[in-house]
Design a protein around this ligand. Structure first.
Ligand SMILES: [Zn+2]
Length: 160
């Protein structure tokens, strides 16, 4: 049974309409977020934050996501998906939300992380690759996520 709250699952299902599918009808991985940005007219930029430890930010009035340019590619993608989570789930939140690595996570941040994990690592696709992949790292590479993101996801879905 999927532990993810239904309002998040429903939103993800809605968004998957804009994601390419493979021959098995599963979302193509790594999930390409560009069609979502285009469909919903959301801008995304690489930037350097003056304050350390900020991975990304979402500027709601301008529908613009900022991602830390110096982060590894896998983290940038996760940050982008996380900020999209704020766009789709948190209409009434503050105008600008920052993703920081060192602070304790509040509900909004946890929800955005869960949204990102659901979006980038669909359970159906993990289920497909799980018997094939030789290692967690290989699985992480297939989805273009970090080792720790995949590890968290596998634990969350009770694969390990
Ligand atoms: Zn956030």
């Amino acid at each position: 049974m999927n532990k993810t709250p239904s309002h998040i699952q429903n939103k993800i299902a809605e968004i998957y309409e804009y994601i390419a599918k493979d021959d098995n009808g599963l979302p193509q991985v790594p999930v390409n977020l560009t069609p979502i940005l285009e469909k919903f007219d959301i801008k995304a930029y690489n930037t350097s934050f003056k304050k350390p430890d900020i991975a990304g930010a979402f500027d709601r009035p301008n529908k613009t996501i900022f991602v830390n340019a110096t982060d590894p590619q896998t983290r940038k993608i996760f940050t982008l998906a996380h900020e999209l989570g704020h766009y789709f789930l948190h209409n009434n939140a503050a105008d600008v939300l920052y993703r920081e690595s060192k602070t304790a996570k509040n509900t909004l941040e946890s929800e955005a992380d869960l949204f990102a994990a659901e979006l980038l690592m669909p359970e159906s696709v993990i289920r497909f690759y799980w018997p094939i992949a030789e290692s967690i790292q290989q699985l992480a590479d297939i989805f273009s996520v970090s080792y720790s993101a995949m590890l968290n996801r596998l634990r969350y879905l009770d694969f390990i």
